[in-house]
Design a protein around this ligand. Sequence first.
Ligand SMILES: NC(=O)c1ccc[n+]([C@@H]2O[C@H](COP(=O)([O-])OP(=O)(O)OC[C@H]3O[C@@H](n4cnc5c(N)ncnc54)[C@H](O)[C@@H]3O)[C@@H](O)[C@H]2O)c1
Length: 339
Amino acid sequence: MKSYKVAVIGAGDMGSNHAAAWKLAGHEVISITDIDEPRAQSIANQYELEKVYTDYKQAAADPEAEIISICLPLPFHAPVTIYAAQQGKHVFCEKPLANSFQDAAAMEEAVRKAGVQFGIGFQRNLSNSLKQVKQWADEGKFGTPMVINSTNMMEVRPKRIMHDANGNNGPIMDTGCHYFLMWQTIFGSKPKSIYARGGILAKDRAELSHIQSLAIDTGIITVEYESGDIAEMTVSWGLPAGFKMGGRTDRIFGPKGGAEGSFNNVTDRLMLYEGGEKEEVPVDRNQNLHQDQFALFAEAIEKGEPAPVSFQAGKEMLAVTLAILESIETEKVVSYVHP
Ligand SMILES: NC(=O)c1ccc[n+]([C@@H]2O[C@H](COP(=O)([O-])OP(=O)(O)OC[C@H]3O[C@@H](n4cnc5c(N)ncnc54)[C@H](O)[C@@H]3O)[C@@H](O)[C@H]2O)c1
């Protein structure tokens, strides 16, 4: 397989993950970029990367770079994707795709015009535990209709931009997309209607007082699918520091049985419930989801095929996200409009 030269933009948590995983997938990371130069330098030292930039434009215009791997906060996904595509570079961008359909359309147009490939970071959908739950759902182990209940409950995020409506826009935008994709994968169906209630639990927190427009940090979300299956999520990033309640669990159940675990994470076991029986089912946790997604993306580029997970998935998750936020605002059931 061809080894591509990759420029990683953003030297935070995801930047570090991307640098490691592109290398593991057999590609060469040629540069790291961050406005915070010492941060970029530290990743360069850790992964023995040759070049350090502070300006994404320089990194994307570097003639050596073939793939630009974007690990920046949400407001930069559109401008950096567009600039990188204009330089003729393939783009791999972290989720979520964009904050609006206007930005998503501009990104897609730039990528189409440049004739490059675009991939998005929904690596959690590649987990072995999700494959297992999907297989059980397809085999009819749970019966129909199925109900999924997911929880994602955390203390106020140390990365304050996560709470900024003009930044990563809270958990429904930032982390919701992983769950919405997981639900639609398990059900094999598209959403039909959405109802959600929510608010801002952390509105009086001193550490967020500098943010002008706080994002909704808490929601109870119900999504009904065309198949008749239903997903429900309780999400909050407004909990007190050190909050210890089990934060991330998924449960699926139907008239015949159910399963419990962390469905879109690397995990070593799932619980399966059939009738009155309960079984702990081992799951192979020997996988690096970022490495796997980069291998699939690079393979698609090499074969000249469309990226396996790209704009369509990103836009579908954006449509669910915006419908949830609309439902919270209007207090009405919102129909899902397929993008
Ligand atoms: N796929 C996943 O599971 C997953 C997990 C976590 C985060 N993410 C996504 O990855 C993206 C980045 O998140 P993170 O957790 O790495 O954030 P982070 O805050 O750890 O890192 C972001 C970095 O970008 C830098 N930066 C900001 N603006 C810049 C600019 N204009 N030019 C250059 N550098 C700039 C910051 O200095 C920071 O170092 C977000 O969109 C987030 O939603 C995805």
